[in-house]
Ligand binder design. Structure first.
Ligand code: SF4
Length: 224
């Protein structure tokens, strides 16, 4: 019997989805060679209930950042993510925030994966459509810069801003795009398709699985 990748872990975690978007082959080698702790279904259900309890707790006025994992079942798979904050404004769920420390202040689509999957999970859990949900990404040069950026975000979290030492990027949650991307990713987890490598010289040159990966490319071959 073929073992589905989902059966190896029980619950898909946020870092696994980020690795999958980066290179699905890398995720596959990570799951099959390193081995990840498996979460039992009962524990996965308990995590979902805990998320619901946290989300349903009453909130105060103004901007509030809640640091809590989001766990839900989507297309037959339990998924758990830990965004850096769930943002409430005047008691209503208004956004999700991720923060990165990176010297260049550059950001990439993959930085928004946790946020957009988080939007889908929240909708699934709460049974509502979050049309106005904002996805906020902060990239800062250092921990100190990040603290400053987070303090500023508590005043006006949804205003795009660029300073010398940090940047705040805001996107509006796009349900249909997010659902289509996640459904495609889940096809791998549910054993409906094999893994697809996403090689590039910059990725493969630092990949711990390059010695076993037939798809690897090195710098002389150019970007894939
Ligand atoms: S060597 Fe390249 S293609 Fe292969 S798993 Fe690593 S990053 Fe992916």
């Amino acid at each position: 019997m073929v073992v589905r990748p989902l059966d190896l872990v029980g619950v898909i975690r946020g870092y696994m989805i980020e690795t999958q978007v980066y290179c699905e082959a890398k995720l596959h080698y990570m799951l099959t060679s390193r081995g990840e702790a498996r979460v039992a279904e009962g524990e996965a259900r308990r995590l979902v209930e805990e998320t619901l309890r946290l989300l349903r707790a009453p909130r105060g006025r103004g901007v509030e950042f809640l640091r809590a994992p989001i766990s839900a079942r989507f297309n037959d798979a339990y998924i758990i993510l830990s965004p850096d904050a769930i943002i409430y404004v005047d008691g209503s769920l208004a956004g999700l925030l991720e923060a990165r420390i990176r010297g260049s202040l550059r950001y990439y689509d993959v930085d928004f994966v946790t946020l957009e999957v988080g939007g889908l999970l929240l909708e699934e859990l709460l049974g509502v459509e979050l049309d106005d949900l904002k996805l906020v990404l902060i990239v800062a040069r250092s921990g100190e810069d990040l603290r400053e950026a987070l303090e500023e975000a508590k005043v006006n979290p949804f205003k795009p801003e660029r300073r010398g030492s940090w940047v705040r990027v805001v996107r509006v949650y796009d349900r249909s795009g997010a659902a289509s991307r996640l459904s495609h990713l889940l096809e791998y987890w549910l054993g409906m398709r094999g893994f697809k490598p996403r090689p590039s010289p910059s990725k493969c040159g630092v990949c711990e699985y390059s010695s076993i990966c037939p798809a690897k490319v090195m710098s002389a071959q150019g970007e894939a």
